[in-house]
Design a protein around this ligand. Structure first.
Ligand code: ADP
Ligand code: ADP
Length: 233
């Protein structure tokens, strides 16, 4: 079954004369292992779509199945569980906790899983290893470069083994060197079959995904497979 199965989503903000149709009949399916970039001009509906995919906001109409779960039928506590277990979020601003070691940051999503401390630590170290930062486990965020901080944030997103990695402008705060550092982590995750959806303004970032979706005025106007465009050999 698909990881993402979105049908005919609409999102209307406000009502009457001033209503804004931020999404207008968006349907989208992504299978396990897909690496999808969503691009579109400002106001095209990217954040609205991301918020719905992340179960942070509800659509006005349409259905959303995440890993087979009909999100629209869930109550708040179940939605919180879905966000914690099925989705790994990566943000533009990293959102790491200051004065807290990298490994403790990565462990955080496991805190409410009823898991023993030693097991949390083991999993967090594994996730840090995946992003190539096991040797920085005891570093606090302010001792890490921007690219390293974002890699820690990616490890935190992965530590629960989510069905979907959802990234909102993950390279928006990074210079080109750090951007490459982060994109090569996404390449590695894609290579091991992770499902990734990322939103970006940057064409060269979008080009690295294996599928590029373009939004315009709340509609999908293009959805193309890219054959390892721009991916380093
Ligand atoms: P993007 O992320 O592509 O810039 P958004 O999803 O933020 O697009 O916005 C899509 C449309 O919805 C825009 O016209 C925006 O002004 C409008 N919009 C977004 N959020 C709200 C809101 N909370 N209330 C009213 N209009 C909104
Ligand atoms: P409000 O409009 O009151 O700010 P939201 O739009 O954020 O609230 O969400 C309202 C409720 O819709 C949430 O508390 C939750 O129960 C539910 N919800 C959240 N995300 C989704 C979704 N993707 N699909 C269906 N229902 C959702």
């Amino acid at each position: 079954r698909p990881v993402l199965d979105v049908r005919d989503l609409t999102k209307v903000y406000g009502e009457g004369e001033t209503a804004v149709r931020a999404l207008d009949g968006v349907s989208l399916r992504a299978d396990r292992g897909d690496y999808v970039a969503v691009m579109g001009p400002s106001g095209s509906g990217k954040s609205t779509l991301l918020n719905i995919l992340g179960c942070l906001d509800a659509p006005t109409s349409g259905t959303y199945l995440l890993d087979g779960v009909d999100v629209g039928r869930l109550g708040d506590s179940q939605l919180a569980l879905v966000r914690n277990r099925l989705i790994g979020f990566v943000f533009q601003a990293f959102n790491l906790i200051p004065r807290t070691s990298a490994v403790a940051n990565v462990e955080l999503p496991l805190t409410y899983c009823g898991m023993r401390a030693a097991e949390r630590r083991r999993r967090a170290m594994f996730a840090l290893d995946v992003v190539g930062l096991a040797n920085r486990a005891d570093h606090e965020p302010n001792r890490l470069s921007g690219g390293q901080q974002q890699r820690v944030a990616i490890a935190r997103a992965l530590v629960t083994e989510p069905a979907l990695l959802l990234a909102d402008e993950p390279t928006g705060n990074l210079d080109s060197h750090a951007t490459e550092e982060v994109l090569s982590v996404f390449d590695d995750l894609h290579a091991v079959g992770r499902t990734i959806v990322l939103i970006t303004h940057e064409a060269d970032v979008g080009a690295r995904a294996d599928r590029l979706i373009r939004l315009l005025d709340g509609r999908i106007v293009a959805d193309v497979r890219q054959h390892r465009l721009g991916r380093h050999a």
